[in-house]
Design a protein around this ligand. Structure first.
Ligand SMILES: O=c1[nH]cnc2c1ncn2[C@@H]1O[C@H](CO)[C@@H](O)[C@H]1O
Ligand SMILES: [Zn+2]
Length: 339
């Protein structure tokens, strides 16, 4: 399929970070609101908000997020940001998206941990009235924060579940803070009834994936380190764990040092539930359409495969069964001409 066809096809995305996906025009608007000077040329700005080409690891990649954090400290800013990311997704015919962000990174201006989420939800709702898309929010605990902080974040947000907020995640510094360190906060989120996904396997550490599955987490972001671990892949399949693959991001963080270390082929051959995601549209300089094009080029992924991955995403989405059925019907229509 050519790029225009991939662009026009209906798509779904489970793994997209708000702060890593702001358009340059939104970044300019938010910077203006706090009188922060930015380079005049978009090329120069892009250099500041994209991961450096020579990122050596996840920690390097994550440094890029420091640039945007000061821009996301008011309700208005978070609302505009959420609207902006949904607009980008809708433009490339994403029908369902879950957008994640870390409330703990948006409280330095006086917002509470739930104010921040309410503002994001407001932006998502505004975008849904304007565009043909369903957009939901996930709140991220951060691995490097104390468990008490992540527990407080999930407690503060649990009351918003079902009203635009549909679940939680853990992101951040995986190399120094393995899954076991986060277990107390994971268990708190689970006790509060927060459906969870979880970043794991981005630092050549299959154990972090295994532990997350052992803790009962049904979705794993990345899971890159399973590429050469057949027993772990079997575990992923047996437990029906859904994997949120992020190809471009993995090549940048060196989670996969080459395409051979990307787990797509191994997971697909084993029959695992895989999904295609951008991770960070701006930091990784990508779109979902571009990711599809890469899979087609590198792995000969077909329209039938893309449909199956989208249905996997719908199955794993943190929404009601009737909402899932409506999205499935839509996707079947979208792909019918290409099967
Ligand atoms: O690929 C990733 N792995 C781990 N953490 C990430 C990744 N992308 C973004 N974040 C982290 O998640 C926070 C909330 O959106 C971001 O601020 C960033 O620190
Ligand atoms: Zn991520």
């Amino acid at each position: 399929m050519d790029f225009d066809t991939l662009h026009a096809l209906g798509k779904t995305e489970l793994h997209c970070h708000l702060d890593g996906s702001l358009s340059l025009s939104c970044i300019r608007q938010l910077a203006k609101m706090i009188n922060r000077p930015l380079p005049a040329s978009d090329d120069a700005l892009r250099q500041l908000v994209q991961a450096p080409a020579d990122s050596e690891n996840l920690a390097d990649y994550l440094k890029t997020f420091d640039f945007v954090a000061p821009l996301l400290q008011t309700k208005k800013a978070l609302q505009l940001a959420a609207f902006d990311v949904v607009a980008q997704a809708a433009e490339e015919n994403v029908r369902y998206i879950e957008i994640r962000f870390a409330p703990a990174f948006s409280i330095s201006g006086g917002l509470s941990l739930s104010d921040a989420t309410e503002a994001v939800i407001e932006g998502l709702h505004q975008a849904m009235t304007k565009f043909d898309i369903v957009a939901k929010a996930l709140v991220c605990g951060m691995r490097q924060l104390p468990n008490a902080d992540n527990q407080a974040m999930f407690r503060a947000n649990a009351a918003l579940l079902g009203n635009g907020l549909v679940g939680g995640d853990f992101a951040g510094n995986e190399a120094d803070f393995p899954t076991s360190v986060c277990a107390p906060a994971i268990k708190t989120a689970q006790r509060l009834g927060v459906p969870l996904t979880f970043h794991a396997g981005e630092c050549h550490c299959p154990q972090n994936i295994a532990e997350a599955i052992f803790l009962g987490i049904p979705r794993i972001g990345h899971a890159t380190a399973c590429f050469d671990q057949p027993d772990l892949i079997q575990k992923i399949v047996q437990t029906h764990t859904t994997i949120e693959l992020c190809l471009t991001s993995n090549l940048q963080t060196k989670a996969a040092r080459s395409l051979d270390e990307f787990p797509y082929q191994a997971l697909k051959a084993a029959g695992a539930a895989i999904t295609i995601n951008t991770d960070n549209r701006t930091v990784s300089n990508t779109t979902l359409t571009h990711e599809y094009e890469l899979y087609q080029t590198y792995f000969k992924t077909t329209a039938a495969d893309f449909l199956a991955f989208n249905l996997n995403a719908i199955n794993a989405a943190f929404i009601s069964e009737p909402a899932k059925q409506a999205l499935r019907n839509r996707l079947h229509q979208d792909y019918a001409a290409y099967l």
